[in-house]
Design a protein around this ligand. Structure first.
Ligand code: 26V
Length: 817
């Protein structure tokens, strides 16, 4: 089908006409997408079946990455790239008069995730397949992904994201592989041959139906599986459902209520909220996933005490922690294991990654909710807790406090992180600093108990999507300089260092950046009707909106720049375009205020004749994977300015670095490791260090008020938050922001870091003018970004946590057992 351009064109035209029943000049871009998609899907299908067969025959351990989120975005371009047919298809379509990029735009962006955690899961799947590991995803097929964001009069408005509206060419429904998940009910105990046997009666049964999505490896013929579960009613309407009279309507009501389990993705909230439906979703994912793994294991015809040899389950944050008691349940209630043997199996199978230290995001569930919704699972958690606390008392005699702190159930709450740590053989943080904080502070007690379980795996991103696919012209220039080894060995990007001072290469890098900026500028023109100066610095902050990420610091600094220009219209400033993209959780009031503030600032500075040539601000609505692919290649400056100690890792920082943006950042998350590689010559550091932040928190030594009174610039911008400041159009006043900084003493040290940030930005403005020096910095960033490729991260997980080796390689399949 794709062997050469002519074959492709012929086959494609035939299908297009066959599929649509129209003449070739009548088809729409939508038709073209659908025809091309199904053709690619078919091509993948061959390798998919072969991959599954190979894994089964090979008999090596397979990894299942359990995650409530997979933020995979669009798949067409990525699949073409990984299949190695991108060029053929792009040229073939071109000759037929179509632009592949326009066709790609027809695909819905699969937004089955909130942000970093969900995108990481998607990047990991790409690396697993591309490195030839037997590693699969296990998630939920939400009918509605993360809400679509509209900006109306500067406010965020949320719309439902019905991403399946036009169908999904990539998924395959596997009704034959459905499993039953039981909620509610009551547990009955019987004695059989002197053993206690438990069974849940009168529960509500829900079918979990898998939709499989192929995960295509890069030019290695491996195709792994992302299995997404959809909830369907398991009740049979013909068999005495409900009352005789209301039978039909009862059934429909019931069906609808059951199907809400996989209806929508919960937006990450500022405060964790224990919602019943969310708990249902988590159990649904875990129970379906574990059952399906066991069915696959059954094909090997091995005893269950060998499960851990063949299966690894990785849980992405605590959200899928119920996999632990669920596997216990099945081993004990269905496979007749005793507690101790079952526990040994479970802890050898499960490993866990922590993604946040913000205490407000740590999951706990009301004990009563768990007891009622999942009665048998609750009994198991209770028994785990009982045994755990008893062993703790033995380990730490007399230390009742410590035992209470560490208990899995305490104060009427089930603590998911404690359950996850106790039930896993490995716990990892996502950047060196983050892991350090976990060990020393947040999970100190557990680290003391299980030091050998804790380890670090610094995050990484897939260079295939974020460099080769999102920025093909940069990839081409890199290839021109150092060849193509880096495509399969991203650490080889390091070879670019030899070209950092090469004037010709610098020119090429600059010109690629400029082209990408023009592309983004034309997108902005379409959206906002404003022409952007592509010679200005494109300064980008794209990520979820959260107080700790400090979009507010960026915003206050722009206000200050505005003031300085107004005071001195001939001020010698390097022109700047500030670009924001960010969704706020629908219930997160402060975050929404900040969005409104940024939009008001944009309105003021973009329209003031004195500032508009020096200063522009754009808030691009609906930040998503596909929008990130447009923005990131065009960035000159990457804003990574979280309060030190708060951002576990960050991954946008890595994507921007890989695309040649220079970072202005704090020593937080993976920025620390970026700085290790880059130093002051290629990165701009500012702000409090973690130790200083911690000291302030301990000693309460920080006074936002004092800074307000001492720093005129700070005082001025804060006062401008209040009506009738220049950013208070339509009578808007930002009192809540003002008070969070002054009355509530600025929890995230925005004012404390303001001066340092503003000075650093000033330096950036000056340095940018030296275009040779800037290009050099940019090249060093690209060169050093190989360390942050997901392939490196996945190799570490594979060897240090999962104990697996690659099965596929570009040369073929590695030796079978
Ligand atoms: C919490 C909740 C609670 C309410 C229900 C929905 C929901 C969804 C997600 C979360 C926690 C999100 C944690 C998270 O995204 N952490 C990010 O993980 C990235 C990948 O490791 C990392 O780069 C970011 O620094 C970290 O914030």
């Amino acid at each position: 089908m794709f062997s050469n351009k002519e074959n492709f064109k012929n086959e494609f035209k035939q299908r297009l006409i066959g599929k649509t029943g129209r003449q070739i000049h009548e088809v729409t871009e939508d038709d073209i997408y659908a025809a091309l998609g199904s053709m690619v899907r078919e091509q993948i299908g061959q390798n998919w079946a072969a991959t599954n067969r190979t894994y089964l025959e090979h008999g090596q351990r397979q990894v299942y990455y359990f995650s409530m989120e997979f933020l995979i975005g669009r798949l067409l371009g990525n699949n073409l790239l990984n299949l190695g047919v991108l060029q053929t298809v792009r040229e073939g379509l071109g000759e037929l008069g179509w632009d592949l990029e326009d066709i790609e735009e027809q695909e819905a962006d699969a937004g089955l995730g909130n942000g970093g955690l969900g995108r990481l899961a998607a990047c990991f799947l790409d690396s697993l397949a591309s490195l030839g590991y037997a590693g699969h995803g296990n998630g939920i097929r939400y009918k509605y992904g993360l809400f679509e964001q509209k900006i109306i009069d500067g406010h965020q408005v949320e719309l439902p994201d019905y991403w399946l509206q036009k169908g999904n060419v990539w998924e395959v429904r596997r009704s034959d592989k459905r499993v039953n998940v039981r909620f509610w009910g009551n547990v009955e105990m019987r004695e059989v041959d002197g053993k206690e046997v438990f069974e849940t009666k009168n529960g509500e049964d829900v079918w979990a139906v898998p939709y499989d999505v192929p995960v295509v490896g890069y030019e290695n013929s491996a195709v792994n599986t992302l299995r997404l579960w959809s909830a369907e009613s398991a009740a049979d309407p013909t068999r005495g459902f409900g009352s005789p009279s209301g039978n039909y309507y009862n059934f429909l009501d019931y069906k609808r209520s059951v199907e809400t389990v996989s209806e929508f993705l919960y937006p990450d909230d500022s405060e964790y909220a224990g919602k019943l439906l969310r708990l249902k979703q988590e159990y649904f994912l875990c129970s379906a996933g574990v059952q399906s793994i066991l069915r696959t294991f059954d094909k090997l015809r091995l005893p269950y005490d060998r499960l851990a040899e063949k299966v690894a389950i990785h849980i992405n944050d605590t959200h899928p922690t119920l996999a632990i008691p669920e596997l216990m349940r099945i081993l004990m209630d269905e496979k007749e294991f005793g507690w101790d043997e079952a526990w040994e199996i479970v802890t050898s199978v499960v490993s866990y990654t922590n993604h946040t230290i913000l205490s407000e995001a740590l999951e706990t569930w009301p004990e009563q909710m768990v007891r009622e919704l999942l009665p048998r699972v609750y009994m198991i958690i209770e028994e785990m807790n009982r045994r755990f606390c008893a062993s703790l008392l033995e380990e730490y005699p007399g230390e009742q406090d410590r035992v209470s702190r560490m208990a899995i159930i305490a104060d009427g709450q089930v603590k998911m992180a404690h359950l996850a740590i106790h039930g896993s053989h490995s716990i990892n943080g996502v950047a060196a600093l983050h892991t350090d904080i976990l060990k020393k502070r947040e999970m100190k007690d557990f680290y003391e108990l299980y030091p050998e379980r804790f380890n670090n795996k610094t995050n990484g991103i897939t260079h295939r999507r974020w460099l080769m696919h999102a920025n093909p012209s940069l990839a081409e220039v890199i290839e021109g300089a150092i060849g193509s080894d880096w495509k399969t060995r991203p650490d080889r990007l390091n070879d670019l260092l030899a070209h950092a001072d090469d004037a010709v290469f610098q020119d090429k890098i600059r010109s690629v950046k400029h082209t990408n900026k023009e592309r983004l500028a034309s997108y902005i023109y379409k959206k906002h009707g404003v022409t952007v100066d592509t010679n200005s610095i494109f300064d980008v902050q794209v990520k979820r909106l959260h107080a700790y990420k400090r979009q507010l610091l960026n915003a206050l600094h722009i206000m200050d720049l505005y003031n300085r220009i107004k005071d001195n219209p001939t001020l010698d400033l390097t022109p700047r375009t500030f670009i924001f993209g960010a969704k706020a959780a629908p219930g997160y009031y402060m975050a929404k205020q900040i969005i409104k503030l940024i939009n008001n600032i944009a309105n003021t500075v973009n329209n003031d004749p004195q500032t508009k040539d020096l200063l522009n601000v754009f808030f691009l609505e609906n930040y998503s994977v596909s929008l990130a692919e447009k923005i990131i290649p065009a960035a000159d400056v990457s804003e990574q300015i979280s309060t030190a100690g708060k951002e576990a890792s960050g991954t946008g920082n890595m994507k921007l670095m890989m695309n040649g943006a220079v970072t202005v950042g704090t020593l937080d998350g993976a920025n620390v490791e970026m700085y290790e590689s880059l130093g002051d010559e290629a990165m701009y550091l500012f702000g409090l260090r973690v130790e200083e932040v911690e000291k302030y928190y301990r000693e309460g030594g920080y006074s936002a008020q004092a800074i307000y009174h001492e720093d005129e610039r700070v005082k001025r911008v804060l006062d401008q938050l209040i009506y009738p400041g220049p950013f208070c159009q339509y009578g808007q006043s930002f009192d809540p922001i003002y008070h969070s900084l002054l009355s509530h003493n600025d929890e995230y040290f925005v004012l404390r870091d303001f001066a340092g940030y503003a000075d650093t930005q000033e330096r950036i403005g000056m340095d940018y003018r030296n275009s040779k020096e800037w290009a050099r910095k940019s090249i060093i960033n690209i060169a050093k970004s190989g360390r942050f490729a997901g392939d490196r991260t996945i190799n570490e997980y594979a060897t240090e946590i999962w104990g697996i080796k690659p099965i596929f390689s570009r040369e073929g399949v590695h030796g079978t057992r």
